[in-house]
Design a protein around this ligand. Structure first.
Ligand SMILES: CC(C)(COP(=O)(O)OP(=O)(O)OC[C@H]1O[C@@H](n2cnc3c(N)ncnc32)[C@H](O)[C@@H]1OP(=O)(O)O)[C@@H](O)C(=O)NCCC(=O)NCCS
Length: 186
């Protein structure tokens, strides 16, 4: 399959924040923003792969600034990294107050999307052509992210599987929780 540039699938969507997106104090729900991120990630990944894609995981979502009703939220997405069937889509979210022209960067995050064939099997996605140092840096970061995610899940699997109930209670002694269930007598 023909390799594609980052520009080929670069996508931006802009949405006006209306009252039904917000809570009682006029701040937009985080879940609404997540849904917009998922949408732009899908568009970007399906353009790159030319296929149906599914969301596999989301990294680095944090809301640094509240978004308010009346603001224009723009989500810019581009393919940062491709594996065999997976693509890491980098998303940058900015919110503009049209009256003042003031723009704030509300968050950046990474969506991992996987391309699927018609029969649901994994599809090999096109290679990515890196046309600038930024493209290369992002690809490299994506490779590290993929490796670290794998390491984290291996460590968690190992740690949680091997820890005893007593060890867990001891390690939580200084934390802000009370163990308040009846423990089985051994
Ligand atoms: C994601 C999915 C395809 C993985 O299937 P699998 O049989 O475990 O396949 P693999 O382990 O070979 O992983 C396939 C790719 O996904 C990546 N992947 C798997 N789990 C991942 C995770 N938790 N985070 C990031 N990437 C992941 C793998 O690294 C691999 O990438 P590569 O092909 O580029 O090397 C499968 O779990 C799935 O279909 N999940 C449902 C996704 C979905 O429906 N999303 C919509 C939410 S409702």
């Amino acid at each position: 399959m023909e390799a594609r540039t980052v520009d080929y699938s670069r996508t931006t969507i802009t949405e006006l924040m209306i009252p039904s997106f917000a809570n009682f104090s006029g701040k937009v729900h985080g879940g609404l923003l997540l849904s917009l991120m998922d949408k732009v990630a899908y568009v970007c990944a399906s353009k790159h792969s030319g296929a149906y894609c599914v969301t596999v995981s989301v990294d680095g979502v944090e809301f640094k600034e509240p978004v308010e009703v009346g603001e224009l939220v723009s989500l810019a997405a581009s393919i940062n990294y491709v594996g065999n069937s997976s693509m890491i889509v980098g998303i940058r979210v900015v919110s503009l107050k049209p009256k003042t022209g003031i723009e704030k960067h509300t968050n950046s995050c990474y969506f991992t999307m996987v391309a699927k064939n018609e029969d649901g099997s994994l599809m090999t996605v096109p290679r990515l052509i890196l046309e600038s140092n930024d493209d290369m840096r992002r690809f490299y970061d994506g490779k590290i992210l993929k490796k670290m995610r794998r390491q984290i899940s291996e460590v968690l699997d190992r740690e949680i599987k091997d820890v005893t109930e007593q060890a867990m209670i001891e390690s939580l002694a200084e934390d802000r929780c009370d163990v308040a269930y009846e423990r089985e007598k051994l």
